[in-house]
Design a protein around this ligand. Structure first.
Ligand SMILES: Nc1ncnc2c1ncn2[C@@H]1O[C@H](COP(=O)(O)OP(=O)(O)OP(=O)(O)O)[C@@H](O)[C@H]1O
Length: 456
């Protein structure tokens, strides 16, 4: 099995032969070219994963000329082979998109390391691009996550959104019930109409009716003019009733009438108002339990239920954490006007921790540690300022990486490992089946298992 395809472009036949044999021994498939035009025609039939490029090539033997042609090749990593005198040129090459440079005479061990790193990074970049495309597909772009649960949720949202069916979103606090409800609205026929969100638990019971239905002048002391309610504001759009389990019983009766008849009376008013809304409700309470206890009307429950979407706790889909971190770090970088990232230990801490408050807690924690971090790099020292119980010693399962490698690589690697393990479990160890679940070829999966040295 080949470790990858390399095109070696160098005018010295002896070096081409020697380097080709080193690379073959390391498992690479190699083609060679003696100049740029030869390199271009080789690439037409040989889709190289990486190019090794000498700067001084015939017929001009002008490194500047090669530099100018570099953009034609940098869709894959290009490693420049240089003489010592050409160091500045090599740096220019990197500024123009080359991955790295190696001075001649080439040390075969160093060459092997540089090639391996470049190929790994290139592959991770491509995978991340694909993941980003997947998560930003459609109007569910703000729903970050690659878990099977999240994929299923996106599919359901896309199917349900265009219908006018009522939706009840249930699940633990902070798992994205409001984000899902907004996505349903954005993908609906009503997307250019208002989305009005009402937090039923946050409005005092005696105010809820006038907030929702509005009131007419003189309805009560202080009602010196007519005021439309939130229902009116939501007319022809979507009304989102968050924490509907906290709605007081008398209000539940009134809401039921609105849902049955499509009409309501403002407080103190005699004129019936017609309303056309799509209702989406959310709760982290167990409504059937509340019904049994007499705290929620059964008839209302069946009216609002329509289709029920259930969100999962973050602990049940921890494979979403790396991408969520990446997403929130990008948001923070924009807010702070500088790149904000986690160093490897801090990343491990975030990946390992249980998040009982789910995505909200993850996001808030990241925001607060980013606020105390210096120079945009969040470390364990910053985390332990706010979480004195946090220490590097707690990081058991994830081995910290050497140095300051990029969050991007680590996040994608952690994500891939989790997804592969999960797919292998789901397919009871059958690699072909797991590969299909992951949308990979069997060979692609085997490569990854080998790369991460997974005992699956
Ligand atoms: N899949 C997701 N992708 C990106 N951000 C998310 C996702 N899910 C939730 N969030 C973010 O997490 C926070 C909490 O989400 P949201 O308010 O939708 O949760 P909730 O389930 O409605 O919570 P509660 O039950 O407490 O009202 C918000 O800042 C939201 O933007």
């Amino acid at each position: 099995m080949s470790n990858g395809k390399i095109l070696l472009v160098d005018d010295e036949p002896a070096f081409r032969q020697l380097a080709q044999s080193w690379l073959n021994q390391s498992g690479y498939q190699v083609e060679t070219a003696a100049d740029l035009s030869n390199a271009r025609s080789k690439l037409a039939s040989f889709d190289a994963d990486l190019i090794l490029l000498d700067l001084s090539l015939p017929p001009q033997f002008d490194p500047q000329h090669t530099l100018e042609a570099l953009a034609d090749f940098t869709s894959r990593p290009v490693i420049i082979l240089t003489g010592h005198a050409e160091r500045q040129l090599a740096l220019d090459a990197i500024a123009r998109g080359a991955w790295d440079f190696i001075a001649k005479p080439v040390d075969p061990d160093l060459l092997a390391v540089v090639i391996k790193r470049a190929l790994n990074k290139h592959q991770l970049d491509n995978e991340l691009k694909q993941l980003k495309q997947r998560v930003s597909a459609g109007g569910t772009g703000r729903l970050i996550g690659v878990s099977a649960a999240m994929d299923a949720m996106r599919t359901l949202i896309q199917r349900i959104a265009p219908t006018d069916v009522r939706v009840l979103v249930t699940g633990p606090s902070g798992t994205g019930k409001e984000v899902i409800s907004r996505a349903l609205h954005e993908l609906s026929q009503r997307s250019d109409k208002p989305f009005v969100s009402v937090h039923c638990g946050a409005i005092p019971a005696d105010l809820l009716e006038s907030e929702l239905f509005g009131y007419v002048k003189g309805a009560f002391t202080g009602a010196d003019k007519d005021r439309p309610g939130l229902l009116k504001l939501a007319d022809s759009g979507t009304l989102f009733l968050d924490e509907i389990g906290e709605m007081p019983l008398p209000m539940q009766v009134k809401l039921l009438r609105v849902l049955q008849e499509g009409t309501y009376f403002p407080v103190g008013g005699r004129e019936q108002h017609k309303i056309d809304i799509r209702l989406i409700s959310a709760t982290n309470a167990n409504l059937p339990d509340l019904v049994k206890k007499g705290l929620f009307r059964e008839d209302l429950y069946y009216r609002i239920k329509g289709i029920t979407l259930e969100t999962q706790a973050l602990s049940e889909r921890s494979q979403d954490i790396p991408l969520l971190l990446q997403f929130f770090l990008e948001q923070l970088s924009k807010q702070h006007g500088q790149a904000v990232r986690l160093d490897s230990m801090a990343l491990s801490w975030f990946l390992q921790r249980d998040w009982p408050g789910n995505i909200r807690e993850l996001k808030n924690t990241l925001e607060s540690v980013a606020a105390v971090a210096q120079d945009g790099v969040i470390s364990m020292a910053d985390i332990s300022l706010l979480h004195p119980d946090a220490s590097a010693a707690q990081l058991q399962n994830l081995q910290p990486q050497q140095g300051d490698s990029l969050l991007l690589d680590e996040a994608v690697q952690a994500l891939e490992i989790r997804l592969i393990k999960q797919a292998m479990q789901q397919s009871s160890g059958n690699k072909s089946k797991a590969a299909r679940l992951l949308g990979l070829s069997r060979q692609g999966l085997l490569k990854k298992i080998d790369r991460y040295q997974l005992a699956v």
